[in-house]
Design a protein around this ligand. Structure first.
Ligand SMILES: Cc1cc2nc3c(=O)[nH]c(=O)nc-3n(C[C@H](O)[C@H](O)[C@H](O)COP(=O)(O)OP(=O)(O)OC[C@H]3O[C@@H](n4cnc5c(N)ncnc54)[C@H](O)[C@@H]3O)c2cc1C
Length: 374
C-alpha cells in the first residue's frame, strides 16, 4: 500500500510536469499550478545526454523523443576556424544508459503534457504557504492561491525554476548567481549538421546540434562582466566574424536576429526542503548548461522524490532523505560545470592542445558517475 499524499506542484516546466507524473504513478493525488497563462516553452532546443533520455524513457516519453527529436551520435570540438580538436563517441560515453537526443523545447514540453495526469491550472501561483502544526496535530501546508482559492496539502513542491518564488519558504538566502557569461539561442534549418558541434574561440563559443526535422539548435555565448554589459543580438555576427564560415552562415539567418537571450546563472543552496515544502529542478540546483544536465537532474529529482515519499513514514524525514540522496549528484554536475568554465580563461592555444589530446579523458571523468542510476 503506497503512502497516499496530497501534493501541490508549483510550476509546469520539465521538473513540475515530470514530478506530477512520477507522484501520480505512486498513487498520490496531485495539483499543478503554473504562473503563465498558457503553456509555453521558450528557449529553442535541448540536448539530452544518455542519462536524460533514460530518465525520460522511464517516465513514458521515450517514443516521443524518438519520433520528434534527432539522435545525436557524436560531439565534435573544433577551434574557431573549424579545425577538429576531438570527436567524442556518445554511444561509448553513455554506454549502459540510452542514446543521446536533440529536441526542441516545444516538443519535449508537449510530450510531457500528454502524459501529465491532471489539468495544469494556468495563470495561478501561490500567495502564501503556512505549515499548520500546533505541536499536537500536523495538518500539513495551508495554501492561498493568487486566484483567491485555498487548499491543504501534505507536501508542496517548488518546481518554479531558477527565480523560484517557493524558495523563499525553504531557503530565503539562496538565489541565482551570475556565472560571467551570457548566451543566445535560436532554431534554424541546417540538415547538414548531424552531430553536436562546437566552435571554440577566445571567451566565446558557438554550438549547433540537430533537433529533428532538419533543424538545429544554435547556442552562442560570450564572457562578459555583467548581463547589462552584454552586446545586443544584432552584433552577434560581428562577435563571431573570425569564426568558421559555417558559423557565420548560421548567424546570418533571420532566426539569429530573434535569438532568445539569457545570462548564464546557477543556484547553489544546499537547503532544498523545509518542513513540508521541497524544491526540485532549477529551483533547487540550476547550473550552467555546459554539461547539458538540467533536464536529466530535473527528471531524476522527480522520480527519486516520488520513490522517497512512497516509502512512507514521517513526511519531513522523507523529504530530508530525498535531499540527501540528490545533493551529491547535483553538486557533482555543478563542480564539473565550474571545471569546464575554467577552460574558458585558458590561453587559446593551450586549451586547444588540451582538448586535442585530453578531451576523451575529460569527458569520461566528467560524465562517468552519471551513468549510474540516481
Ligand atoms: C541557455 C540554456 C541552455 C540549456 N540547455 C540545456 C540542454 O541542452 N539540456 C538540458 O538538459 N538542459 C539545458 N538547460 C537547463 C534546462 O533548461 C532546465 O534545467 C530544465 O528545463 C529544468 O527546468 P525547470 O522545470 O526546473 O524550470 P523551468 O523550465 O524554468 O520551469 C519553471 C516553470 O515554473 C513556472 N513558474 C515560475 N514561477 C512560478 C510561480 N511563482 N508560480 C507558478 N509557476 C511558476 C514557469 O513559468 C515555468 O513554467 C539549459 C538552460 C539554459 C539557461
Amino acid at each position: 500500500m503506497s503512502n497516499q499524499l496530497d501534493v501541490l506542484v508549483v510550476g509546469a516546466g520539465v521538473a513540475g510536469l515530470a514530478t506530477a507524473v512520477a507522484l501520480e504513478r505512486e498513487g498520490m493525488s496531485v495539483d499543478v499550478v503554473e504562473r503563465s497563462s498558457e503553456s509555453r516553452s521558450g528557449g529553442a532546443g535541448l540536448f539530452l545526454p544518455g542519462n536524460s533520455v533514460r530518465a525520460l524513457t522511464a517516465l513514458g516519453v521515450g517514443g516521443h523523443l524518438g519520433e520528434s527529436g534527432a539522435p545525436v551520435l557524436g560531439q565534435r570540438l573544433m577551434d574557431q576556424r573549424g579545425r577538429v580538436l576531438a570527436d567524442i563517441d556518445m554511444a561509448e560515453l553513455w554506454r549502459g544508459t540510452a542514446g543521446c537526443v536533440g529536441i526542441t523545447r516545444g516538443d519535449l514540453h508537449a510530450a510531457l503534457q500528454d502524459i501529465v495526469p491532471v489539468p495544469v491550472r494556468h495563470g495561478v501561483t501561490v500567495d502564501s504557504l503556512e505549515h499548520a502544526d500546533d505541536g499536537m496535530h500536523d495538518d500539513g501546508v495551508h495554501v492561498t492561491f493568487s486566484d483567491g482559492g485555498i487548499g491543504r496539502y501534505d507536501v508542496v513542491v517548488g518546481a518554479d525554476g531558477i527565480r523560484s518564488h517557493v524558495r523563499q519558504w525553504v531557503d530565503p538566502t539562496a538565489g541565482a548567481r551570475y556565472l560571467g557569461q551570457v548566451c543566445w539561442r535560436f532554431l534554424t534549418d541546417a540538415p547538414d549538421i548531424d552531430r553536436w558541434s562546437v566552435w571554440l574561440g577566445p571567451g566565446t563559443a558557438f554550438l549547433a546540434y540537430p533537433v529533428g526535422g532538419g533543424r538545429v539548435c544554435c547556442y552562442a555565448d560570450v564572457t562578459t562582466s555583467s548581463p547589462e554589459a552584454a552586446p545586443p543580438a544584432a552584433v552577434l555576427t560581428g562577435l563571431f566574424a573570425g569564426f568558421d564560415e559555417r558559423v557565420r552562415a548560421l548567424l546570418d539567418t533571420p532566426a539569429a536576429r530573434e535569438a532568445y537571450f539569457s545570462p548564464v546563472e546557477e543556484v547553489g543552496g544546499e537547503t532544498w526542503a523545509h518542513e513540508r515544502v521541497v524544491l526540485v529542478g532549477d529551483a533547487a540546483h540550476a547550473s550552467s548548461p555546459n554539461m547539458a544536465q538540467g533536464v536529466a537532474m530535473a527528471v531524476e529529482d522527480a522520480t527519486v522524490l516520488a520513490e522517497s515519499l512512497a516509502a512512507g513514514g514521517d513526511t519531513e524525514d522523507l523529504l530530508r532523505r530525498f535531499v540527501q540522496r540528490r545533493l551529491p549528484r547535483t553538486r557533482w554536475v555543478q563542480r564539473q560545470t565550474h571545471r569546464r568554465d575554467r577552460t574558458r580563461s585558458m590561453p587559446t592555444a593551450l586549451r586547444n592542445v588540451m582538448f586535442r589530446y585530453g578531451a576523451g579523458a575529460l569527458y569520461e571523468r566528467g560524465y562517468a558517475p552519471l551513468r549510474d542510476l540516481p
